[in-house]
Design a protein around this ligand. Structure first.
Ligand SMILES: Cc1ncc(C[n+]2csc(CCOP(=O)(O)OP(=O)(O)O)c2C)c(N)n1
Ligand code: SF4
Length: 291
């Protein structure tokens, strides 16, 4: 059982207090994701001396700096590549990556694809705020159709990436998406992702009032946070309505973003495969056989 009971105790244990206050704007969702991650690592009783937090560049990528543990703040889009190197050098470490939707699916998209395909044993916490927050709101590959960005002043005409479906199709062992507005399922997913061998991706839909909400006229912070409840639906409910619902119900939900666990499988991860390969080669060598 976790020894921590209150948010204050949790912050005292995991926050790097000298980094306070954060760079985050009022109403930003990033701090909430950090909080959920703290609860998850506390409930898992994760050894912080064996855990490394890795990030790229962006507001979301600042998160490792606030954690009282080893962290690597890398270059834009390359968090997964650096993390793969750390895991290869020391497979005993838990690797948790914080990345933005731009960092992960824009400039870093190819690293995401190949890490998911190889089933590399890392946990990616991708915070999707539909925009490039740090640089003032350029169009991200996850931006909804019609949304406004500095680089799409007349509305986005590009179809957005569905990162969870992509990771699922690539065979990642664990894939989930949640909003930041409810704690229990996201904390459970972060725990499942960390515990899972192989590639895990937990996507958070998180508000960015400054670069996205304001520009898209989504209202004040309270209204913006409400948007996420109003525009998402659990995968199970979506499937049920699409199968058995009336045309009216189908119309009502057809553009909602699905949340939930997209994939939870047990496929050997890259490093487990690698260990098996090494074992096989060493056995052959022991018998004097050729490789
Ligand atoms: C190679 C390179 N290109 C561009 C940039 C500028 N840049 C910094 S952060 C960023 C986007 C960050 O967006 P996202 O990853 O979605 O994170 P957010 O700030 O929204 O949390 C960009 C384009 C950079 N730092 N390095
Ligand atoms: S610009 Fe957006 S993502 Fe960045 S700290 Fe502000 S609200 Fe958060």
């Amino acid at each position: 059982m976790p020894e921590i009971r209150t948010a204050d105790e949790l912050n005292k244990k995991y926050l790097r207090e000298e980094m306070w206050p954060t760079i985050f704007c009022n109403g930003c969702g990033h701090g909430v994701v950090l909080d959920y991650t703290f609860w998850a690592i506390e409930e898992l009783n994760l050894d912080m001396d064996k855990t490394v937090f890795v990030s790229g560049i962006g507001c979301s990528s600042r998160l490792p700096g606030y954690i009282n543990a080893d962290g690597l703040h890398t270059t834009h889009g390359r968090a997964i590549a650096f993390a793969t190197g750390i895991k290869a050098a020391n497979p005993d470490l838990n690797i948790i990556i914080f990345t933005g939707d731009g960092d992960c699916s824009g400039i870093g998209g190819n690293h995401l694809i190949h890490a998911a395909r190889r089933n590399i044993d890392v946990t990616v916490i991708m915070i999707n705020n539909f925009t490039y927050g740090m640089t003032g709101g350029q169009l991200a590959p996850t931006a909804p159709l019609g949304s406004i960005a500095t680089t799409a002043p007349y509305g986005n005409i590009e179809h957005p990436f569905n990162i969870c479906e992509l990771a699922k199709a690539l065979g990642a062992n664990y894939v989930a998406r949640w909003t930041v507005s409810h704690p229990y399922q996201p904390i459970k997913s972060i725990k499942e992702g960390i515990q899972k061998k192989g590639f895990s991706l937990v996507e958070f839909l998180a508000p960015c009032p400054t670069a996205y909400g304001r520009r898209n006229k989504l209202g004040d912070i309270k209204k913006l946070w409400q948007w996420y409840d109003d525009n998402t639906i659990l995968i199970e409910d979506y499937d049920k309505i699409m199968r058995y619902g009336s045309d009216e119900e189908k119309e009502r939900i057809k553009n909602k973003i699905q949340t939930g666990v997209f994939q939870n499988i047990e496929k050997l991860g890259f490093f487990e495969q690698y260990e098996k390969l090494l074992g096989r080669l060493q056995e052959k060598q022991g018998k004097g056989e050729k490789k």
